[in-house]
Design a protein around this ligand. Structure first.
Ligand code: EMZ
Length: 383
């Protein structure tokens, strides 16, 4: 497989059946594959709920390693909307100029370091530190705080040894307890302190809720952002003309970000639990069983996207679902978009060539389907 290619793993199934049946820890999942069905089911929160047992809508399910309910992710309307309203302004801060300047400074530094090296392993030595340091901006914490987060590796619940690592889940939990304790003793202007002072339905947010928001903030945008950064670098290593296109027409940056998110779809799918016997795309779904909304498949649906397997950096009409759809659209999307835009700016302004020296694909298995989602490792030399 060419390094810059991320094949449409679901093509045949999407066309023939519209669904992919898979097993996850003895709890089956019916993956919904067509753009139209994915959007319809995402919108229908009454039949396909998010507020199930904490961890169950994630595939692979996290019910055995996490008891904290991630907020607002695992809450349904109308309460979902009330939580979201509390958080929205904070998560839109990446639109502010000061935020963008600070983010750019971080990336300039990271790439200056990378260019000085004979070679660098992008996943762990570049994308992970970029993701974690950028998160200090989103949380409004000192940049040094990122060192501990970097030490957790690319996923907070998964490790090389196991797909569901309760040791890691516990470390995150301990960290959140410590940080909340610290913020209540000595409040600052970070997200922990702000949440401790936030009113919700005529009371303060409680500790469970604050942990729920922060657990999601640490877990949700981690491997996804790391894959997006790594994949972008891999992609342009073989497509220098793409960078030239952006150099010549910098106004295309925004569209390019959307197109890369569509093409890579760093989060393959997200589950829902059926609240009643129902059906999707003529397939029966029993109450209390799971479906998943397969963003990766929907984003390659030829009914919606012309030449879906081609990256068109200037793609105009792009109703991708890479950040989800409807009520549960990604809260971190403003941050993620800004991060990817800044990455493209740096590649355009400061990098002439990206030479790949070694790589190993990161493959996911969903029933009979195997999907390349990113890289286990990607060793490159920048000039
Ligand atoms: C959950 C999920 C959220 C889950 C939008 O995605 O991301 C996964 O990486 C985490 O493991 O807990 O936060």
């Amino acid at each position: 497989m060419e390094i810059n290619q991320f094949p449409d793993a679901f093509g045949a199934m999407r066309e023939q059946k519209g669904v992919n049946k898979m097993e996850d820890q003895n709890d089956p999942v019916l993956m919904v594959l067509r753009h139209r069905d994915v959007r319809k089911s995402a919108h229908n929160y009454k039949t396909f709920q998010s507020a199930a047992q904490p961890g169950r809508i994630v595939v692979p399910s996290e019910v055995n390693i996490r008891s904290i309910r991630q907020i607002p992710f695992e809450v349904d309307p109308p309460t979902h909307g009330s939580y979201r309203a509390l958080l929205e302004a904070w998560f839109k801060r990446p639109n502010e100029e000061t935020y963008q300047i600070a983010l750019k400074e971080q990336l300039v530094k990271a790439f200056a370091m990378a260019k000085d090296l004979e070679s660098i392993e992008v996943v762990k030595e570049l994308a992970l530190p970029i993701q974690s340091r950028a998160l200090t901006l989103l949380l409004n914490m000192p940049i040094e705080e990122a060192e501990e987060w970097i030490s957790w590796g690319t996923h907070v619940f998964r490790s090389e040894a196991t797909a569901l690592d309760d040791g890691k889940a516990n470390s995150l939990d301990d960290y959140l307890d410590r940080a909340i304790e610290q913020a209540s003793k000595d409040p600052g202007d970070d997200l922990f302190s702000v949440l401790l002072q936030t009113d919700f339905q005529d009371r303060k947010l409680n500790k469970e809720e604050i942990k729920g928001v922060l657990n999601l903030t640490f877990a949700g945008g981690r491997d996804t952002v790391i894959n997006a950064i790594t994949n972008t670098i891999a992609y342009f290593s073989k497509r220098p003309e793409g960078l030239q296109q952006l150099r010549d027409a910098p106004h295309l940056m925004g569209r390019a970000v959307e197109e890369l998110v569509r093409y890579f779809t760093p989060l393959t799918h997200m589950g829902r639990v059926a609240t009643e016997d129902t059906q999707v795309c003529e397939h029966a779904v029993k109450a209390d069983t799971r479906i998943s909304l397969c963003w990766a498949s929907a984003n390659r649906d030829p009914q919606v996207f012309e030449n879906p397997n081609e990256v068109q950096l200037d793609r105009k009409v792009n109703p991708h679902v890479g950040f989800g759809f409807s009520h549960h659209k990604c809260l971190g999307a403003t941050h993620a978009r800004q991060l990817l835009k800044t990455l493209l700016e740096i590649l355009v302004e400061q990098i002439d060539t990206i030479e790949v020296l070694d790589h190993e694909d990161k493959m996911e298995t969903w029933g009979e389907v195997k999907r390349k989602v990113g890289f286990e490792k990607l060793v490159v030399k920048f000039t």
